[in-house]
Design a protein around this ligand. Structure first.
Ligand code: HEC
Ligand code: HEC
Length: 428
């Protein structure tokens, strides 16, 4: 319902492309639908970002929690029930002091009071669906259990209702540059993503109750999110060609990265050759390819680099049935390129396939932005790489190089390349 007002104007591909960015990120048969232009979503006129900050759960000081305008409760006609807030707000998982995420606060029980609504047992029940692994994975790795089809009104026996992923909390900084939302790109617009977050984390209900929030509140919330940047200089890129600094940022992918030493310069070159083909948004380093949101999710380009299949934390993807206490393998029906239905026994996070129903999207995820990446450990959607050296080692591994998109973008770095690359990544 919030769709139409949020359609982004798609311009023809611009020629603003520095050496190294040509053609990067094309993937799969549908690449011709994608545009590479650098225009970004703007908040609807009249939206109030200051009020949006309060709805997000952040106090006027910009740092602390203030729940007074942020707790979502009331009677939902859609759900036919009264919703009582569990104490969680957007702030609970997207904290200003922690890069608008929670990973810098891990392990949570050492850095948060026991009654914090993020880790209080009642609140964890909102997204865990009774899964016995959920509390520990949240505490130690910052992972949240997500069932993308939870609010679609499916019977609880439907494999699409049961299928889930354990996902890292993504920052809300630089969101204006996102080409689709959530690690599996299931969110086509910010308001659709935000209302999903609100329902998923604040209640154990599986019936949709999005009628308890007004369109104005959602617009205000999004307007606030679109003001959040890792560095103020990036605002010029978000504003577009009318900003005097836009051309500099759009034309030089590294304009705002403080590269100084010879090692950092070598690291930038290693990045440009090996990583920029996918992380090709100038100065932000997510993927710039996108298509019209009216086509539905995904509006950005997803890749399968083998992380889900490798499942290095050994996560258990069997559905836990709270009624019986048993775990069962989920057999998810997906459509292959010939139009045949294939039942896939899930022993990994299905990624984008859970949204599109396509077999070719199994294990595909979005390319995350890399600003402030030093603050985001552990890494990948499943938090399976403990630190940046482990990420770089992953991109040199067989798991990466034998994955569908790793084969298209092979990576083999010497020890010196790796050390240089790490020096560069720490500047972001
Ligand atoms: C219990 C923790 C939790 C709470 C509370 C929470 N989020 Fe999130 N948020 C997450 C996780 C985990 C993800 C990543 C989901 C995924 O990848 O599937 C995420 C992703 C997002 C994204 C996508 C970012 C991107 O780059 O694609 C947005 C936007 C977002 N959240 C907004 C909100 C808003 C608005 C609220 C409050 C209504 C909120 N979140 C509350 C955990 C939380
Ligand atoms: C084929 C496209 C592709 C290439 C090439 C690529 N990446 Fe990525 N990168 C991705 C995708 C997709 C993800 C998300 C994977 C996931 O979470 O399952 C990712 C995730 C990451 C993350 C995790 C970020 C976080 O917040 O958790 C880092 C760091 C990263 N890449 C750095 C690099 C570096 C450094 C290189 C070059 C050595 C590189 N990438 C090359 C596609 C790519």
């Amino acid at each position: 319902m919030f769709y139409a007002r949020w359609i982004v104007t798609v311009l023809l591909a611009t020629t603003l492309c520095a050496p190294g960015c040509g053609g990067g990120g094309q993937s799969g048969s549908s690449s011709e639908q994608f545009s590479q232009d650098l225009t970004f979503t703007q908040a609807p006129p009249g939206a109030d970002a200051t009020h949006g900050q309060a709805v997000f759960g952040i106090a006027a000081d910009g740092i602390h929690s203030d729940t007074s305008k942020a707790l979502f409760s009331g009677f939902s006609e859609e759900a036919g029930a009264t919703i009582t807030a569990n104490g969680r707000t957007c702030f609970s998982c997207h904290r200003p002091e922690a890069n608008f995420m929670i990973n810098p606060l891990l392990p949570l029980d050492r850095n948060l009071p026991a009654d914090d609504p993020l880790i209080a047992p009642d609140a964890v029940a909102a997204d865990s669906a009774g899964n016995p692994d959920a509390a520990e994975l949240l505490n130690d790795f910052g992972l949240i259990l997500h069932r993308p089809h939870r609010f679609d009104g499916l019977p609880s026996t439907d494999p699409r209702f049961q299928a889930f992923g354990f996902r890292k909390v993504l920052t809300n900084l630089n969101l204006v540059f996102a080409r689709g939302f959530a690690s599996d790109l299931r969110g086509p617009t910010l308001p659709v993503t935000d209302i999903g977050a609100l329902m998923a984390h604040t209640q154990p209900f599986n019936d949709a109750f999005d009628d308890i929030v007004s369109t104005q509140d959602l617009d205000d919330l999004a307007a606030f999110q679109l003001t959040l940047f890792t560095e103020p200089a990036l605002r010029a890129l978000a504003v577009g060609p009318s900003d005097p600094d836009y051309q500099r940022l759009a034309g030089d992918p590294y304009a705002t990265v403080p590269v100084v030493t010879p090692q950092e310069q070598r690291g930038r070159d290693v990045f440009d050759r090996n990583c920029f083909p996918c992380h090709d948004m100038p100065n932000v380093f997510n993927n710039r390819s996108h298509r019209d949101p009216s086509l539905g999710a995904p509006i950005g380009q997803a890749f399968n680099i083998g992380v889900a299949e490798a499942n290095r934390l050994g996560l258990d993807f069997r559905y836990y049935d709270p009624a019986t206490g048993e775990r069962r393998v989920v057999n998810l029906p997906l459509t292959d390129t010939a139009g045949q239905t294939v039942l896939v026994s899930l022993n990994q996070d299905p990624g984008l396939a859970l949204t599109t129903g396509k077999l070719e999207d199994l294990g595909k995820f979005k390319v995350p932005q890399l600003r402030n990446v030093g603050r985001g450990k552990p890494y990948f959607h499943d938090c399976s790489a403990p630190d940046l050296p482990a990420v770089v080692a992953y991109f040199n591994s067989t798991d990466y190089n034998q994955s569908p998109d790793g084969r298209r973008y092979p990576i083999a770095l010497s020890a010196e390349n790796q050390a240089d690359l790490l020096a560069f990544l720490l500047l972001l």
